[in-house]
Ligand binder design. Structure first.
Ligand SMILES: *Cc1c(COP(=O)(O)O)cnc(C)c1O
Length: 441
């Protein structure tokens, strides 16, 4: 019988110690009817809580664990690195190695700066774009999340969306007055903004594959339109690939859709499960960054040797090709993800539950929604109670998804066919429960 007794106790204690008992809001399972399982350890595709429950993990630390948990090569490299000290605050070879590796995969990036979180990456990229253009306004899209820096905490998705606080108290009007928000996937709306104010807009920042209002794909021609509009006005186009980088395809959304942004933000996978993020782009823009240029940005632990090591080994693992006739790592993940999603769609159909199933490489998500989901509004119109029922049933059956319809799920190289079959099998019961609820609604 599924139980979370120990997690319940641990959560009660943690709530007195940390706001909501957690260090990041979504982890609190608010409104899900269960305490968050407190995690003891994880290995490969599995995660284990302190009550002894085993789950097939599709959260993967919200994206980073693309090669699975505690991959032997990552662990061995970290053991070796840790013996040589955990931080020096001085240049190391591994920083250059990771920089080169990222640029090999992302030809749009001529220079890169490592930071510690996606929040820092997007915040810094915008500062640089403003310094480079001498303009103050920026554009972000409704439902896109770019971390929690003040100027970007406007109509953000995910945690912010789930908690119904599209922008947060404590963020001043002064900091957000230069942030223009526009609906995602609406070419007409952004065209109008750019025609009217383009010459004053330093940057457009976008999740080229949006993963923080559930997984929402860019419509045909949308990213091309952004590229053309920004080129006309000399606006810096920033792709926030913190989530979709190395996932939408190995080369991220920019490779998948054939667009060259001016700047790119990375995070999640780039640190292989340790806190790393980065921003980079055209040389003439990146040379504005201190100390080669006047735009200040720094970090005591930036480029930390352990974090760089985990990132480098992870990227090496996903870029290596065993042989020419075998599909590469990201292709394999894409195929596995497709298999799972087709299975879930089939089970939903059998149960008579209408869902929208979205995939971008190794990212996937379903919406309990009979109509198309292409922006924040259509995503938010999905049946939240249906999701809760589905989520709880899956959790009880040992399948670990993010506790919100606005969270994207992730496949890893460690997931087996058996994991996928088990997940599809579990979904039968979950969709049946949703069907029963929707019938009585
Ligand atoms: C996760 C995420 C961020 C923020 O990264 P943190 O490391 O959590 O600060 C920014 N942008 C996108 C697209 C993300 O998915």
């Amino acid at each position: 019988m599924f139980n979370l007794t120990k997690s319940q106790e641990a959560f009660a204690e943690a709530k007195g110690l940390m706001p909501g008992g957690v260090n990041s809001p979504v982890r609190s399972y608010q409104g899900m009817g269960y305490p968050p399982p407190f995690i003891d350890h994880a290995k490969g595709s599995k995660i284990y809580d302190i009550d002894g429950n085993e789950y097939i993990d599709y959260v993967g630390s919200w994206g980073p664990m693309v090669v699975g948990h505690a991959h032997p090569k990552v662990v061995a490299a970290l053991h070796e690195a840790i013996e040589r000290g955990t931080s020096y605050g001085a240049p190391t070879l591994v920083e250059s190695a990771l920089a080169k590796k990222v640029m090999e995969i992302y030809p749009s990036v001529d220079m890169i700066r490592m930071v510690n979180s996606g929040t820092e990456a997007t915040m810094s990229a915008l500062r640089v774009a403003r310094g480079y253009t001498g303009r103050e306004k920026i554009v972000k899209f409704i439902g896109c999340y770019h971390g929690h820096s003040d100027g970007l905490l406007v109509q953000a998705g995910s945690g912010a969306a789930t908690f119904g606080t599209p922008s947060s108290p404590g963020v001043t009007r002064g900091t957000t007055k230069d942030t223009i928000t526009v609906a995602y996937n609406d070419i007409e709306a952004i065209t109008k903004v750019m025609q009217e104010q383009g010459k004053d807009i330093a940057a457009i920042i976008v999740e080229p594959v949006a993963g923080n209002m559930g997984l929402v794909l860019p419509r045909q021609g949308y990213l091309h339109a952004l590229r053309e509009l920004t080129q006309k006005t000399g606006t810096v186009l920033i792709f926030d690939e913190v989530m979709c980088g190395f996932r939408a395809s190995l080369g991220g959304a920019q490779a998948a859709y054939g667009i060259k942004p001016d700047m790119t933000c990375f995070g999640k996978i780039i640190g292989g499960g340790l806190p790393v993020a980065a921003y980079g782009g055209k040389r003439e823009i990146m040379e504005k960054v201190s100390p080669s240029g006047p735009v200040y940005q720094a970090g005591t632990l930036s480029g930390n040797p352990l974090a760089m090591t985990a990132g480098l080994v992870t990227l090496e693992l996903i870029t290596q090709r065993p042989s020419d006739d075998e599909p590469d790592y990201s292709r394999k993940l894409t195929l596995k993800t497709k298999k799972l999603l087709l299975g879930l769609e089939e089970q939903a159909k059998i149960a008579g539950v209408k869902i929208q199933a979205h995939q971008a490489g190794s990212m996937f998500g379903i919406f309990f929604n009979a109509s198309d989901v292409y922006d924040y509004e259509t995503s938010a119109a999905s049946d939240q109670e249906a999701f809760r029922i589905y989520f709880r049933s899956m959790l009880e059956q040992g399948i670990y998804f993010g506790p919100s319809q606005f969270e994207t799920s992730f496949m890893s190289g460690a997931h087996t066919d058996e994991d996928i079959e088990k997940t599809i099998e579990a979904s039968k019961k979950a969709f049946a429960a949703v069907a029963a609820y929707q019938k009585n609604k």
